[in-house]
Design a protein around this ligand. Structure first.
Ligand code: NAP
Length: 286
């Protein structure tokens, strides 16, 4: 078992497996899965994420359509576009890259995407299904985290897991997935009192805050499994860094994910997996 879980290497392996699977689809189903990604505006980080999704689709053999819209697109125009994609039988997955400009309600946009084409797993009905243990599309980042823990041979059952962050897209769903695997889960946030004493009790620590090098060595007990979800710019070097002070924490951790090359690649890989799952569901229903 490697101490440093490379999401990059695991992604390469999983994408190759998916590519073999997708190669069989034209003969079986007459076409390959189709993912549509909508990008509103020209935010460089969003542009880079969208490019990453197109590249991964190419590797896996999934058809990817990226639709670019100007930042001043009206909310109605965007909702109409989503509606037309919902009704297009050639489309299996729809993803609107977040964040959106202030004049567009993200909640409305997320709810407008058909639950059956919601590759991100953000639709309220998917969220409800996850919490009710019903069949659903599992959000990509939390799904990728569980995959990495499994790949590293980390036993989740019975462990004390601490999640810092309670966002709808990372903190809460990852806590739920850990709970479903029978970990005992504590969820921390900005109002948590004496955070270091809580994090030191963790056997598995998942950090999803969005603050460079926030988790320091004094917050981590020796032998902890540390999953760093954060994607930040280091204020000193301008390079990508996580929420964990990697240099200081790595020697203490039994297993740790790096940034970059950890959770990030697995998020995109799980997006590919979700697209294939939705495609297969559509083919079975057709
Ligand atoms: P978010 O919605 O801003 O949530 C941040 C969470 O951190 C909130 O729950 C907040 O608490 C908590 N928090 C903030 N300051 C804190 C503090 N001082 N002590 C304890 N908790 C604190 O962020 P997000 O969307 O979950 O993303 C978190 C990070 O993960 C970001 O860096 C983001 O870029 C990254 N991310 C990475 C991937 C990937 O694929 N690798 C995917 C998604 C997100 P309150 O609830 O009390 O405000």
């Amino acid at each position: 078992m490697s101490r440093i879980i490379s999401g990059k290497e695991l992604s390469i392996k999983l994408k190759a497996e998916m590519a073999s699977q997708v190669a069989t689809f034209p003969e079986k189903y007459g076409r390959v899965p189709h993912l549509v990604v909508i990008l509103v505006g020209e935010d460089p980080a969003s542009q880079s994420y969208v490019r990453g999704k197109a590249k991964a689709s190419e590797v896996v053999g999934i058809r990817n359509t990226t639709i670019l819209k100007p930042a001043d697109i009206s909310e109605k125009e965007l909702l109409d576009l989503i509606d037309s994609l919902n009704n297009d039988p050639s489309v299996d997955g729809i993803l609107v890259q977040l964040p959106l400009p202030d004049h567009i309600s993200e909640d409305k946009v997320i709810a407008a995407i058909s639950k059956d084409k919601d590759v991100d797993g953000f639709h309220p009905l998917n969220v409800a299904a996850l919490w009710q243990k019903q069949p659903c599309t599992v959000p990509c980042t939390p799904k990728g985290i569980i995959r990495m823990l499994d790949e590293a041979g980390v036993e989740i059952k019975g462990k004390r897991a601490v999640v810092i962050g309670r966002s709808q897209i990372v903190g809460l769903p990852v806590a739920k997935l850990l709970l479903d695997r029978n970990a005992t889960v504590t969820i921390c946030h900005s109002r948590t009192v004496d955070l270091p004493s809580v994090t030191r009790s963790a056997e598995i620590l998942v950090v999803a805050i969005g603050r460079p090098r926030f988790v320091t060595a004094d917050m981590v007990s020796p032998g902890t499994v540390v999953i760093d979800v954060g994607v930040n710019r280091d204020p000193e070097t301008g390079k990508l860094c996580g929420d964990v002070d990697y240099q200081a924490v790595e020697p203490l951790a039994s297993v740790i994910t790096p940034v970059p090359g950890g959770v990030g690649p697995m998020t995109i890989t799980c997006l590919m997996e979700n697209t294939i799952e939705l495609f297969l569901r559509h083919m079975q229903e057709a």
